[in-house]
Design a protein around this ligand. Structure first.
Ligand code: 13P
Length: 258
């Protein structure tokens, strides 16, 4: 197993206005101290709405905080009203993008194939793809968790070229039933799926590479449960929704990871 630095990503979803961002970042950074106190052990950042890209980037300049998008289009350019290409995200100076979030799969009919195309385009632009996978409540009850997650990864990978496969990526395991519900997977439940995902990745990328890939847990992670989850051997960080909206709560999660 390679060494994996912890990674905590807030997913702000459709929250916050431009005016909210400077105070948020100031408060968070004052709470956790400068980069020297945390950057050896972890990385962190936020997936933000496009209206906040510039203000989030400018208020975190030289701090080590990473700013990501929450979605992208896989085509370079074209007649895709309302969409943003990976070239556009790259030009803004973003670090990467969350893709395949269950809310996008559910409300915008995103398929595994689409997610794979986005993974490919992001990687080829030098941006970090954060690929979300996870089962619904019914799928878990029917013992289909592993099948669903395997299919999400395998189908997506069919769209990812050899060159793009060489680039870094992150998987976020987000059981749909745990998102925004206050129901968290127990550390053991999450670990089981993370271990399964790492094993699947080793089939595609080999065991050495698979040991270096960060697999994040998402779904009602907060300051109270983060430490236990992050202590599991294959849980390399978190993708955090609600608890990333308040600087003091997110700071506590960062401290729990240190
Ligand atoms: P919550 O942390 O609010 O459950 O959201 C998780 C999530 O969807 C992160 O992408």
């Amino acid at each position: 197993m390679g060494s994996r630095k912890k990674l905590l990503l807030g997913n702000w979803k459709m929250h916050k206005l431009r005016k909210d961002v400077p105070a948020f970042m100031e408060s968070l950074l004052a709470n956790i101290g400068d980069k020297n106190s945390w950057s050896q052990k972890l990385n962190f950042g936020f997936g933000v709405p496009a209206t906040l890209f510039d203000v989030a980037l400018s208020t975190t300049k030289n701090t080590g905080v990473k700013i990501l998008a929450q979605n992208c289009h896989f085509e370079e350019q074209g007649a895709f009203t309302g969409e943003l290409s990976c070239a556009m995200l790259q030009e803004c100076g973003l670090h990467g993008s969350i893709i395949g979030h269950s809310e996008r799969r559910q409300y915008y009919a995103e398929t595994n194939t689409y997610v794979g195309k986005k993974w490919n385009s992001l990687a080829l632009k030098g941006l970090l793809p954060v690929i979300c996978v996870g089962e619904s409540k019914i799928e878990r009850e029917q013992n289909k968790t592993f099948d669903v997650v395997r299919q999400q990864i395998d189908d997506a990978l069919l769209q990812v070229s050899e060159d793009a496969r060489k680039c870094e990526f992150v998987i976020a395991y987000e059981p749909v039933w745990a998102i925004g519900t206050g129901l968290t997977a127990t550390p053991e439940m999450a670990q089981d799926v993370h271990k399964f995902i790492r094993n699947e990745l080793s089939k595609h990328f080999g065991a050495t590479r698979s040991g270096t890939i960060s697999i994040l847990y998402g779904g009602s992670m907060n300051a109270a449960n983060a430490k236990e989850l992050l202590a599991m051997p294959d849980i390399d960080g978190g993708l955090i929704g609600g608890a990333s909206l308040k600087p003091d709560e997110f700071a506590k999660i960062i401290k729990a990871a240190l």
